[in-house]
Design a protein around this ligand. Structure first.
Ligand code: NAP
Length: 455
């Protein structure tokens, strides 16, 4: 894929970039390694000052950054503004908490003194997707730099201006040269960078294919990886739920980021006794959403990020129909306007055990399943290869307990939508990946957990 800004709202190629060549990549790796040798010894308060400045710059220039995101990948401008604000939040969270999260942990043993010490390990590579072009990167930058590591970013090829803008924020914030750099490289150059001795570990957010490729290269080199991959999150609604609230949240949770979020609710699993009401209200909500220019303040859903995503989504919807699914609304790309637009779509009657029902749908398409009871709801919820998040709606505490215990996912949210929060760990199980980002667990992923014993 060319490294270029192509406006998904009209297909216009706005800017193309020459990828960094091997020599430039080598220079950046050198700089990263040299920077680490000094940066690792700086104090938490020094790093925290720069991290707070990064948050200040993000907030000060949020309109400019939000516009860039909307231009490159089509999210609505208002959601892009919220994304920049969340990036500032994660910077402040780690600026304020890293020293505490990484302080020596004393343990009573038969030594005079024994403790666990957390030390940085070096240059960390981040391979990131386009769907949250700032957030995905800042949730890497904040713990990585606060822990004393340095970062290299290979961003998705369709968001190069976001990648360069992020590098600029970090430099303007005052971090030393080389503490964070953007590599403008295609995916097929990632294995070489991963194999380089100066790179000590990597985190990848993206598809299963990309995750498996990177992890296999890293595995051969005995280097650690964190993988945040796809999801097909269930959204379970049982009889006691507040249906109106569930429908409102279901709509937000499915349409987040024009439907292109790993933790978007994708499969709606609803108790038969309330399914008619849920379906009727969801249909009304979906049909009331405005699709169009993502810069317009009243737009709810902008274009999908690339023509390929639009094509893949349409093929999945057609596969649902071939498997017996019925379309309640939407169901075809919008051909009357240029750009990668797909309307809000609801599909019912898909056999839950068909292969297509277990796929990840990366766009504004909801699959609706009716279930007789909680047992079947949990069975269907767990019947995908993924295990990222799950949202479940019930006021019955016994049911809540069962859902918390039995859902196979990295997160279960009761009576709310799945979302990330700097204070809580984020990540998946099964084919959604491994490792955690954010919170204590996130900053502990790329440190040497050193045992110290003094006699
Ligand atoms: P993708 O194709 O895997 O791209 C993600 C990143 O990986 C891009 O920078 C891409 O570079 C790079 N890449 C692609 N193939 C690679 C390879 N063989 N080796 C190394 N790097 C490679 O993912 P996508 O389809 O754009 O993103 C959507 C996927 O990401 C969905 O499955 C979504 O659920 C998942 N996601 C997960 C999370 C989470 O936190 N769990 C969050 C957001 C998204 P190029 O752009 O140059 O190809």
């Amino acid at each position: 894929m060319a490294i270029a800004t192509i406006n998904p709202a009209n297909g216009e190629v706005l800017k193309t970039f020459e990828p960094h060549n091997d020599e430039e990549i080598a220079l950046k790796l050198d700089l990263a390694e040299q920077s680490f040798q000094k940066y690792r010894f700086l104090s938490f308060s020094q790093r925290a000052g720069w991290m707070q400045s990064a948050a200040d710059i993000l907030l000060q220039d949020k309109a400019q950054f939000a516009k860039l995101m909307t231009l490159e990948m089509g999210k609505t401008y208002k959601s892009a503004i919220a994304e920049v604000e969340k990036c500032a939040l994660v910077c402040r969270y780690y600026a304020e908490n890293a020293a505490d999260l990484l302080k020596d942990n004393y343990v009573q043993t038969d030594a005079n003194k024994s403790f666990v010490k957390y030390q940085p390990i070096g240059v960390i590579l981040a391979v990131m997707p386009w769907n949250f072009p700032f957030w995905q990167v800042f949730r890497f930058i904040a713990p990585t730099l606060m822990a004393g590591n340095v970062g290299l970013l290979k961003h998705a090829s369709n968001v190069p201006q976001c990648a360069l803008a992020i590098e600029d924020v970090i430099q303007r914030a005052g971090f030393p040269q080389g503490a964070f750099q953007t590599l403008l490289i295609p995916a097929n150059k990632v294995a070489n960078v991963m194999s380089d001795d100066r790179v000590k570990a990597a985190t990848l957010t993206g598809s299963e294919f990309a995750g498996a490729s990177l992890a296999s290269v890293a595995g051969k080199q005995i280097k650690k990886t964190v993988l945040e991959l796809g999801g097909s999150d269930p959204f379970i609604v049982l009889e006691s739920a507040n249906i109106e609230a569930a429908v409102a949240t279901a709509t937000t949770a499915r349409m987040l980021n024009n439907g292109q979020s790993c933790i978007a609710a994708k499969r709606f699993i609803v108790a038969e006794s309330v399914a008619d009401e849920f379906e009727k209200l969801l249909l009304e909500k979906f049909q009331s959403l405005k699709v169009g220019d993502p810069m317009h303040p009243e737009t709810d859903i902008g274009p999908l990020a690339t023509p390929d995503i639009l094509k893949d989504l349409d093929q999945q919807v057609q596969a649902c129909i071939q498997n017996g699914g019925k379309i309640l609304t939407g169901g075809h790309p919008l051909s009357n306007i240029p750009g990668n637009f797909y309307p809000p779509t609801i599909i019912i009657d898909i056999p839950p055990d068909s292969a297509i029902a277990k796929d990840e749908f990366f766009g504004p398409v909801a699959m609706l399943f009716r279930v007789p009871n909680i047992d079947v709801a949990i069975k269907i919820a767990n019947s995908t290869p993924f295990g990222l998040g799950a949202s479940a709606w019930t006021t019955n505490t016994e049911e809540q307990q069962r859902l918390i215990e039995e859902i196979e996912a990295g997160a279960v949210f009761i009576n709310d939508m799945v979302k990330s929060d700097p204070r809580l760990p984020f990540g998946g199980i099964k084919r959604s990946g491994y490792g955690r980002e954010l919170s204590t667990q996130g900053i502990h992923e790329f440190v040497n957990v050193k045992t110290v014993w003094v006699k």
